[in-house]
Design a protein around this ligand. Sequence first.
Ligand code: ATP
Ligand code: MG
Ligand code: MG
Ligand code: MG
Length: 466
Amino acid sequence: PILKGAEIRDTFLNFYAERGHKILPSASLVPEDPTVLLTIAGMLQFKPIFLGQRTAEVPRATTSQKCIRTNDIENVGRTARHHTFFEMLGNFSFGDYFKEKAIAWAWELSTKVFKLPKERLVVSVFRDDDDAFAIWRDQIGVPVKRIIRMDEADNFWVSGPTGPCGPCSEIYYDFHPERGDDDIDLEDDTRFIEFYNLVFMQYNRDAEENLTPLAAQNIDTGLGLERMAQILQRKPNNYETDLIFPIIETAAAIAGLAYDKCDEAQKVSLKVIGDHVRSVIHMIADGITASNLGRGYVLRRLIRRAVRHGRLLGIEKPFIQQVAETAIALSESAYPNVRQRAAAILGELQLEESRFLETLDRGEKLLADLLAKVPKGGEIAGKDAFKLYDTYGFPLELTQEIAEEQGRTVDIKGFEAAMEEQRDMSREAHETIDLTVQGSLDELAENLHETEFLGYSDVASPAEVR
Ligand code: ATP
Ligand code: MG
Ligand code: MG
Ligand code: MG
């Protein structure tokens, strides 16, 4: 039988409960730590324990943690595996078991319980982690060609410049084992998908970058629920699993489309809607409201992106509420607070959507003015098209379409240059995400606000900006 998403979640939690882990609830998307923007990993609620600031109440815990990663926003719908909202299944050891057990259980779960064929799994270890390498080779029996040594950037976890840190080991699923074991490139996502990350917190790092072994060694892991669903349900991407696809079908029906018959661009739009609507229902359920600051701005931006993609699909009327109903129905058994807060969710979405539709109307007027200044057969400047995109949420495609209807074109190279310029400014924020996953996100929040989120404030009413 093919496991449903909910069954995968339960199977994971029960597997670790049977091995002495206490099942704990997901923490809120709004972290306790006020400097952190949003919950981006299962370990966040345990961070004070790992940092030695709080003692653990139990030696072992397991959770299904709702997460939001804004650094993956541009990947949404474009890679098969990235979302803004996803669930991270995790097992944690607080000074209790360490590498051997963590590896053995992750393997047992993957191969015996989820029944992934051994020949289809590849593992990574940190370059210098000979212990983990030996465990995979000698105790688990993974062929050495399928144990890949990786650098710090991918396989060494730090919580900050000093403090607890340690190597990681990841498990990947191989969609194409027939391509052979020579020259395995784990970055090749036409072949591999990372689904399980094991972090071995074993050192303390001091200001001189010396590593000393920790007295209490910890385990922190994360397995992506939607990725496991993709693998087990044999879908080409996370979006077509039972965790998300009904939302996409609702949106497609509103647009009068059938997903199977959609072109790639339409599929991307449907996936963006499917993803973002999951994010926003959980964010509002956890008490976030749309604003021009921090979390509120993330929420606003996600709603607007969803609405914009609806427009790209030809949906002119408000539709987010209806799509949200499907998302709420899908999530309520695992996260009852989305049903309890359904009225607040739908109300907030209605308000934001209607505000944004007005903004889009204003953008259309601006575009009309621009068009009036460009003679027939002429070209709209790239920077103007970018301003429409950035400030008024106008997709380039929409600007192009309207321009073409009026016998004008758009300077796409100029648009891309303006976009690239803005990206350069925000790149730093994106690059720091993996470190800030367990570190502080306030810098990211600030960067995001300065760069990506600034746009809409132009058209918000003065009261909103304040
Ligand atoms: P990737 O390299 O694919 O971006 P990652 O290394 O950034 O993933 P981790 O930080 O190790 O991911 O998170 C642990 C697990 O959570 C991953 O192995 C994956 O299964 C899942 N995961 C991480 N980011 C996402 C995302 N944006 N959408 C869905 N699942 C995710
Ligand atoms: Mg990532
Ligand atoms: Mg990775
Ligand atoms: Mg990883």
